[in-house]
Structures are given as structure tokens and as C-alpha cells.
Design a protein around this ligand. Structure first.
Ligand SMILES: Cc1cc2nc3c(=O)[nH]c(=O)nc-3n(C[C@H](O)[C@H](O)[C@H](O)COP(=O)(O)O)c2cc1C
Length: 156
């Protein structure tokens, strides 16, 4: 049941009935209805929370890495609005430890730029970039990189 590891936060509900959904996953991602980033994260086989396309706001309770595809045009709107809303919460920004960017190199200068924008604004590193749903090499490199990062974080 691989999808069990990819809970959409919206599925979780909140005990107090509020619109704020808590997650302690160390990997949080946005993926639009085209689902490329979702497929990449599925291939990682690591527990992850997907930001809901509509509705509830997500609150990160633990340090996390964000995976974000780039959208927009004409130098605007590159960070998806759901991700902007998520990061407008200071508690979420405080727990962000790194960003992984998804995109398409056909966009040249703005390839994966949402990750660069978030990294600059939040003072965290861009850990990796991949195209579309990623190659098998991307999947291996990201999985190994995250496991190493989390090993180091658990020691500090
Ligand atoms: C309207 C639109 C604009 C996009 N703009 C960019 C861009 O500026 N830079 C980039 O790297 N990718 C861009 N992309 C490609 C997406 O980032 C890429 O398809 C990604 O895999 C989408 O992820 P998702 O299916 O999980 O939402 C754009 C795609 C669309 C549909």
C-alpha cells in the first residue's frame, strides 16, 4: 500500500475540527493536478505529506524539507499560491530546513526557480533540482541525500 505513506494532509482531519492540519512528516510537497511531483515523491518511498490542492492550511510540527514545482510566467507567480500560503505561516518557515525544486529545463532561465526564490527568502539551501517526475538517478540521489541529512539532524 505505497500510497499510505503519502497522506494528503486534508485526509487527516483535525481533532478540534479546525481548518489547520498538523503533520510531523519530514518531507512536505506540493503537486498540482498533473501530479509529476507526486509521482516523484511516491518513488522515494519515504513518508511525506502533500499540501492539499484546496481547503485546509497545513502546520508543520517538525523540521522538514519542501519539494516544490515551479509555475508562473513573465517573472511572476513562480511559487505556487498554496506554497506561498503554507510558508506565510511563521511556524512553517521556522521549521523549513531545505528545498528541492521540480521543473522543466524547457523553461531555461526559470528552471526550478521556485526553489531558488524560497531558499533566498527563507535562508535555507536548495538541496536538489529535478525535471518532471525525475529519473531513477534523481530518485536515488534524493533518497540518499535526505537519509543522510536526517541522520545528521538526529545527532545534533
Ligand atoms: C503554466 C506552467 C508554467 C510552468 N513554468 C515553469 C517554469 O517557469 N520553470 C520550470 O522549471 N518549470 C515550469 N513548469 C513545469 C512544471 O514545473 C513541471 O511540469 C512540474 O513537473 C509540475 O509539477 P506537478 O505536476 O507536480 O504540479 C511550468 C508548467 C506549467 C504548466
Amino acid at each position: 500500500m505505497p500510497n499510505a505513506m503519502l497522506a494528503t494532509a486534508a485526509d487527516a482531519g483535525n481533532a478540534d475540527g479546525s481548518d489547520l492540519l498538523d503533520t510531523n512528516e519530514r518531507l512536505i510537497y506540493f503537486s498540482s493536478s498533473s501530479g509529476n511531483t507526486h509521482r516523484f515523491v511516491e518513488k522515494l518511498g519515504l513518508p511525506a505529506t502533500r499540501l492539499p490542492l484546496a481547503g485546509q492550511q497545513v502546520r508543520a510540527g517538525s523540521p522538514f524539507v519542501l519539494v516544490v514545482p515551479t509555475y508562473g510566467a513573465d517573472g511572476k507567480g513562480h511559487v505556487p499560491p498554496k506554497v506561498v500560503r503554507f510558508l506565510n505561516d511563521p511556524a512553517n518557515r521556522a521549521r523549513l530546513t531545505g528545498v528541492i525544486g521540480a521543473g522543466n529545463t524547457n523553461f531555461h532561465d526559470t528552471y526550478g526557480v521556485a526553489a531558488d526564490i524560497i531558499a533566498a527568502k527563507c535562508g535555507v539551501p536548495v538541496l536538489y533540482k529535478f525535471e518532471l517526475m525525475g529519473t531513477p538517478e534523481d530518485v536515488t540521489r534524493v533518497r540518499e541525500g535526505l537519509e543522510e541529512l536526517w541522520r545528521r539532524q538526529s545527532k545534533s
